[in-house]
Design a protein around this ligand. Structure first.
Ligand code: ZN
Length: 378
């Protein structure tokens, strides 16, 4: 019986090189369309024999965008496309390999628990019908997919405007799980911290900045091959309409705090990066960043500030990044929040690694941290 391996679905990505030997199933990750980036994979295997072992090999892993980041990484698998678990994986400097004992005829494998477009649609509906959000505006991606900008709050004068955007990098599916946690918490009216936050602030939420890239199974870029988180100095309606739209909306409504949710391929911790290399970086921004980090550390052991990226030297920030561009333009707290693809080494969970559920819990906790410092934001 032969295996049928497919990736012709939402966020699917794999190329089958040779599936004739179950002990050496040769696969490759397809690059983003119009860009050499690749690392995200997501595929379905049909025709498995329960009880039999299979050996999958992603032969071009070393050439991925973050080839060194496969060390210490374990792939995720699912037998129902709902519940995901880690499969022990190894990287030999060339290929990423994992063995799998089949329990069902079908299995799915991915770089991280995928956040589907179908789930995205349900999330927007839930935000509007149960979480009291309004659809403030809808932008369109290169290929015409909707980009929803939600607002929780009435836009009254004096309210702080907190923007939280996600999945500029389309393979970083943890970012939309993070937003789902936020939207879930918005449905709990008895939550005192939430009420404190919403009395003083409106939330501007973009659950998915890059729907084309996510749909096509990209790691890094939109349908034109553009990295949206390198487009904040020169966005335009043709190549990067996703960023262009959000920048217009920010100009219209203003920004008092900004969080841009991402996933990091390499570092097994949750951390933030800030805009300390900006020309206009101020002591006030530094104080707000420190306050955010210490507050969130006090709320959840899943956040820490020891591990992360090296700090930019003064004046050396890459201004094409959202965090730096927004921080400079609006002189506000501006953070890139990174979650791991691997596990969180301070609180490891060998069964799931870092997961959709843990990303959701972090989203909830970030609202708690913002509630504690909302008066200081402007
Ligand atoms: Zn990213």
């Amino acid at each position: 019986m032969s295996l049928n391996i497919s990736a012709d679905f939402d966020s699917g990505n794999i190329e089958v090189i040779d599936a004739s030997d179950s002990q050496r199933i040769e696969l490759a990750i397809r690059p983003d369309s119009n860009s050499p980036h690749y690392q995200w994979f997501h595929f379905k295997v049909d025709g498995l024999i329960p009880g039999q072992h299979y050996h999958f090999r992603l032969g071009n892993a070393a050439g991925a965008s973050y080839g060194h980041a496969w060390h210490g990484y374990n792939a995720v698998a699912s037998t129902d496309h709902q519940s995901w678990f880690r499969v022990p994986s190894s990287f030999d400097g060339q290929a990423l390999s994992f063995r799998f004992e089949a329990s069902h005829r079908q299995a799915w494998f991915a770089y991280f628990e995928p956040y589907s477009r179908e789930r995205h649609t349900r999330l927007i509906e839930q935000a509007l019908s149960n979480a009291g959000c309004q659809l403030l505006a809808t932008g369109h991606s290169v290929e015409g997919r909707d980009i929803a900008l939600l607002r929780k709050g009435d836009g009254a004068p004096g309210k702080r405007k907190i923007w939280i955007i996600a999945q500029q990098h389309p393979g970083e599916h943890m970012a939309e799980w993070f937003i789902e946690g936020i939207i879930e918490r918005l449905q709990e009216p008895a939550d005192a911290a939430l009420q404190t936050l919403l009395a003083a602030a409106d939330l501007y939420l973009v659950p998915n900045m890059n729907p084309d890239g996510a749909f096509h199974g990209h790691l890094r870029t939109n349908a034109r091959g553009k990295d949206l988180n390198r487009a904040w100095q020169d966005s335009n309606a043709q190549d990067t309409p996703e960023v262009f739209f959000i920048q217009q909306q920010m100009e219209q409504y203003g920004v008092d705090a900004f969080i841009d949710a991402h996933g990091d391929e390499d570092i097994p911790y949750v951390f933030t990066a800030a805009c300390e290399g900006n020309p206009g970086y101020s002591p006030r921004q530094a104080a707000l960043e420190a306050q955010f980090r210490s507050t969130l550390e006090g709320i959840t052991p899943d956040f820490q500030s020891l591990h992360g990226y090296p700090r930019s030297a003064p004046g050396q920030a890459n201004m094409s990044l959202a965090c730096n561009s927004v921080g400079e333009r609006y002189q506000c707290l501006a953070l890139t929040l990174e979650m791991p693809f691997k596990d969180h080494d301070n609180a490891p969970n060998p069964h799931t690694g870092w997961s959709g559920q843990r990303s959701k819990a972090l989203g909830r906790d970030v609202l708690g941290a913002l509630a504690q410092m909302v008066q200081a934001l402007r």
